[in-house]
Design a protein around this ligand. Structure first.
Ligand code: DX5
Ligand code: ZN
Length: 226
């Protein structure tokens, strides 16, 4: 599969209509990936869906899946999402017992391996293992819910991580998730993000296609400022 170029826009189906998922997936055909938030009510205080639902989403989505696991014990559960055929599987560093071994298993199954860090987790914890991942998700809200405000305080961490990765010759993707909107996307792009998750900013719009296009244009403009 040829990979889409930056800036990549990944609408989060957490903001879709859960009983009209097929129609809401069809609405994001011009996006790069469908972002699928799996929550277990333990790692975060919210519950969404598990492998069975994600498998149906995979069969139905017009774009590849970008699975974001907000779950405990990803070492046990994450490989199953790669086996379903998700293009990328991202687990939380805070939850994984052996992040390097898990990333290698995900890649071995054929998925892109992603690691996410919460706003309070320092970026330095990833410096020595950057090569093990295809994408790094810097959370721009506390994980758990859509519709929260973007945390600009996470931008220095993103910027340092991007700088360190490029210094080491890494081409890893940098994703932001939480509160990404027309008003905030340019600052994340300017800090070095190339992949943008947006839930309410996409599904909250009456014209989803225009919302995706608008986010892409603003991200592109922001990255030119960096
Ligand atoms: C939050 C999820 C996000 C969420 C983003 O924990 O990981 O993917 O859907 O929603 P917005 O874009 O509305 O902040
Ligand atoms: Zn997410």
């Amino acid at each position: 599969m040829s990979l889409p170029a930056a800036p990549r826009i990944n609408p989060s189906i957490l903001s879709a209509d859960f009983v009209n998922m097929q129609a809401d997936l069809a609405r994001i055909a011009t996006a790069d990936f469908a972002h699928v938030d799996v929550m277990d009510n333990h790692f975060v205080p919210n519950l969404t869906f598990g492998p069975q639902m994600v498998e149906r989403i995979q069969q139905t989505s017009p774009v590849p899946l970008d699975v974001h696991l907000m779950i405990e014990d990803p070492d046990r559960w994450a490989p199953g999402y790669a086996e379903i055929g998700a293009a990328s599987v991202t687990f939380h560093l805070e939850a994984a017992a052996d992040p390097v071994a898990l990333a290698r298993r995900l890649r071995g199954i054929g998925a892109r391996a992603g690691v996410a860090i919460k706003p309070g987790t320092p970026g330095e914890s990833l410096y020595d293992i950057l090569d093990e991942f295809d994408q790094i998700l810097v959370m721009t809200v506390e994980p758990g819910f859509g519709g929260q405000g973007f945390m600009p305080a996470t931008m220095p961490k993103l910027r340092s991580l991007v700088r360190e990765a490029r210094r080491r010759g890494s081409t890893v993707w940098f994703q932001v998730d939480g509160g990404v909107s027309d008003a905030t996307i340019a600052q994340a792009a300017e800090a070095g993000a190339d992949t943008f998750v947006a839930g309410s900013a996409v599904y909250g719009s009456d014209n989803v296609e225009a919302a995706i296009r608008g986010l892409r244009e603003r991200a592109r403009a922001g990255s030119l400022d960096s």
